[in-house]
Design a binder for this molecule. Structure first.
Ligand code: NAD
Ligand code: ZN
Length: 360
């Protein structure tokens, strides 16, 4: 078992990583000095089918009143409707300020539950129990949100959990596409902060099927350590936290242009990272090992180029409308070196021609 601390202005909390951690839930709650009156577990249909019985067995041993609220699987649950239904369930079950909400699922459940916890009675404690690899990223750092039909994550808050319990037993059932999606964020954490870790990944990870447990633990721990450091430095994204958007400028544009759900977040970010590496090479006149990275991405199954049905004009339009861009400029995180990120603003024309060159 490994514990990483996240220190923010509102709260310092542990991210605990290991196997079969939920059998220690009672101890974990007392270590973080939580003695809730009642617990509401929010989860999705898939996770509920797979793990509800196992989780309930543990909850029963704790001796605190609890109930489950199960929502449909997938991005559609980050909606006003699901938010409202969860709030109604919390109210009819008489949750009070000393109750605890538990997010048991992937990034969708974490974002949704976190936003409910942030706003129910002006804020009650919540725990993250992530069940996807991508959630090593989303469960840490306190960004919680639901979507508006006009934009993703548009209604949200910065609201930190009381703890993140990352029990890797839950990853065993994760489909390969979801593993790859989460792995892209692991690679991102390395590229913006740790060249040795990137080398380690390239040397040791040759395919994502049947990853060894120690490998999985190594890169989850590393990814979370890097994320925790960045969040502890800049909780509200006034500076360095923006580096976590490496690969996301083009990645988000691609997700939006193709239609959400048509490409996984991680696959889109993988393509975005290659483009960001290419732009870094061109901008700083260096070689960051673009070809090596591209070959490795291909080997482990990431797409490495934008589908020809999407035009560069479309992508530039989306990048310009990104909520992080200012004055119609396109803001990208580049690398001066592996591990040394830098924010650079471009005008649309420059990005358009770089995109065209890169696409060949
Ligand atoms: P997700 O929660 O939808 O999970 C992906 C799919 O895997 C779902 O169908 C889910 O039911 C299923 N699943 C979950 N656990 C499983 C398991 N153990 N075995 C088998 N199937 C399982 O999506 P995600 O990829 O975990 O997260 C994506 C979301 O995270 C997006 O909404 C994104 O905006 C958000 N996100 C948030 C942050 C943040 O900082 N808050 C960062 C990155 C991403
Ligand atoms: Zn991401």
């Amino acid at each position: 078992m490994k514990e990483i601390k996240v220190q923010t202005t509102s709260r310092t909390y542990p991210v605990i990583i290991g196997k079969n951690l939920i059998s220690h839930l009672s101890n974990i709650l007392s270590n973080i000095e939580l003695a809730p009156t009642k617990m509401m577990v929010i989860t999705d249909e898939t996770v509920s089918t797979l793990f509800r019985d196992r989780f309930e067995r543990e909850l029963k041993t704790i001796g605190i009143d609890y109930f489950f609220h199960v929502v449909p699987s997938g991005e559609k649950s980050k909606s006003f409707e699901t938010y409202y239904e969860c709030m109604t369930a919390a109210l009819t079950n008489h949750l009070d300020r000393r109750s605890l909400m538990i997010a048991f699922g992937g990034g969708v459940i974490g974002d949704l539950t976190g936003f409910i916890a942030a706003t129910y009675m002006r804020g009650i404690p919540f725990l993250q129990i992530p069940t996807t690899l991508l959630a090593h990223d989303s469960a840490v750092g306190g960004k919680v949100a639901i979507n508006h039909p006009l934009g993703k994550n548009m209604i949200g808050a910065f609201y930190q959990p009381h703890a993140v319990i990352y029990d890797i037993q839950f990853l065993e059932t994760l489909p390969i596409d979801e593993i790859r999606s989460g792995f892209a964020e692991v690679v991102k954490h390395g590229l913006i902060k740790d060249p040795l870790f990137v080398d380690w990944l390239v040397q040791h990870v040759h395919h994502l099927q049947q990853l060894k447990e120690e490998q999985l633990l190594t890169f989850i721990e590393k990814g979370i350590t890097i994320k925790a450091e960045i969040v502890s430095e800049d909780e509200k994204e006034l500076g360095t936290r923006a580096f976590l958007n490496f690969g996301h400028t083009l990645g988000h544009a691609l997700e939006a242009a193709l239609g959400y759900g048509r490409i996984s977040h991680g696959d889109a970010v993988a393509i975005g990272m290659l483009f960001a590496l290419y732009v870094s090479n061109q901008t700083f006149g260096i070689d960051l090992g673009y070809e090596r990275m591209k070959e490795w991405f291909q080997k482990i199954g990431f797409p490495t180029s934008v589908h020809s049905s999407i035009s560069s004009e479309q992508l530039c339009e989306r990048m310009k409308n990104d909520k992080k861009s200012v004055n119609n400029e396109i803001r990208m995180v580049l690398l001066e070196n592996i591990g040394t990120p830098k924010l650079v603003n471009f005008d649309e024309k420059t990005i358009y021609s770089l995109l065209q060159q890169w696409r060949g």
